[in-house]
Design a protein around this ligand. Structure first.
Ligand SMILES: [Zn+2]
Length: 400
């Protein structure tokens, strides 16, 4: 299977028998030097418009099941303010590598088939033989106009409570995410989700994480996973074998809070059936074992002093990579992204990402290397076969 990762290949098969062959990754976030540049310099407005038009043509509001191929059917009308305007804002704000990956997609889906937040797919297309690459975003995120700070807070809380992904709880004993961003509305949420999925594609192309075989092989020096993990996350004979973080104290807190809850969510989605797609963003998970409030505070205190960036990043190595990449993209739209526990413990995510002396720095250097290799290849591709979208993407980057 190509392009698979993420929590629930198992769930994919159960949820969508017709799509079982397509290895969809269920998931939910250039250089830093270029990250603060909002738009490429000296580029005619006409080129920007052409690039955005090219991007808009990739948007598909899926009709029926999704196969992640050129066979998929799309609604004829795409509401501009709901879908296209946020996408334009995301593209305009994105650093070169994020722009270039968006340009390289065949499709950008919005539909109800993403049980979490988003997914990516990269599979050979039966009609063209070429690899068909897409990212899919849960439609409700944009339809409900979920503001970035609300989504980030609710998504963080979800891991502890199983609560709705799009609606933060007002319970003062739960952590919140404080964001200072230029994209505050649904475009900010879309930016974070797209960056996460592009991170999976970058890992697959240049990171070595998603194509390592066998996938239960212990990590070795030179692999991204080696930086934080003793054992990879994989699907063994007995089902999913959880990854083991190098920091044993951290891992002990993590397993207390996480194990079993993903299964509860998958069970809920399976029980809902496939006859009528629904948006799981507004639903709480049934049978979720909530974390203890003390456990949350301890976890966030450890997170602040660890090489991990978000709660989600500690789940397994593939999402450690993608969350690391995503937060490296965040300085383009945010000055602050803090996870704040009820007792005041504060995880300053962007400060950690930008600090050369932080425990995160080795991960940043690793991913930076992948980004530079990707940009080199994008430049070569553009030289051989120019297209307006990639021209705009690469205008903001400089070869080193
Ligand atoms: Zn993911």
């Amino acid at each position: 299977m190509e392009g698979a990762s993420c929590p629930a290949r198992v769930a994919t098969t159960r949820l969508r028998p017709g799509a079982a062959r397509t290895a969809v990754a269920w998931c939910l976030i250039s250089t830093l030097a270029c990250a603060h540049r909002q738009s490429p310099p000296d580029l005619p407005a006409d080129d920007q418009a052409k690039a955005l038009d090219a991007l808009e043509r990739k948007v598909c509001l899926t009709i029926g099941d999704r196969t992640n191929s050129s066979r998929d059917r799309c609604e004829l009308q795409v509401d501009r303010s709901t879908y296209l305007q946020p996408l334009r804002e995301v593209f305009s704000a994105a650093p070169p590598v994020l722009k270039a990956y968006l340009c390289s997609l065949d499709r950008l889906y919005f539909d109800y088939h993403s049980p979490w937040n988003a997914s990516f797919s990269a599979v050979p297309d039966s009609q063209t033989g070429r690899e068909y690459r897409s990212i899919a975003i849960r439609r409700g995120v944009l339809e409900n106009r979920v503001r970035y700070a609300d989504w980030a807070t609710a998504w963080n809380q979800h891991w502890w409570t199983g609560g709705p992904i799009d609606r933060p709880s007002t319970d003062p004993t739960l952590p919140r995410v404080e964001i200072e961003a230029t994209l505050n509305g649904p475009a900010g949420t879309l930016y974070h989700l797209v960056a996460h999925e592009v991170g999976h594609l970058l890992d697959r192309d240049y990171g070595g994480g998603l194509r390592r075989l066998p996938d239960n092989k212990p990590f070795e020096p030179g692999e991204f996973g080696y930086l934080s993990w003793m054992q990879p996350w994989y699907v063994g004979e007995t089902g999913v074998v959880q990854g083991v973080a190098r920091d044993s104290a951290f891992e002990a807190v993590r397993t207390l809070d996480f194990d079993g809850n993903v299964k509860a969510r998958i069970a809920m989605l399976n029980a809902a059936g496939t006859d009528r797609p629904f948006d799981p963003g507004t639903l709480a998970v049934v049978n979720w074992q909530p974390a203890s409030r003390d456990g949350i505070a301890t976890f966030l205190d450890r997170l602040e002093h660890s090489p991990f960036t978000t709660v989600f990043s500690t789940w397994r190595p593939a999402d450690d990579w993608t969350e690391s990449f995503a937060v490296m993209m965040l300085p383009s739209i945010a000055r602050r992204f803090d996870i704040v526990a009820a007792n005041g413990t504060r995880v300053r995510v962007l400060a950690k990402v930008l600090d050369d002396a932080s425990p995160f720095a080795p991960k940043r250097r690793f991913i930076q290397g992948a980004i530079e290799r990707a940009l080199t290849d994008f430049r070569a591709r553009q030289a051989a076969s120019p297209n307006p979208c990639l021209a705009v993407a690469l205008a903001g980057s400089r070869p080193r």
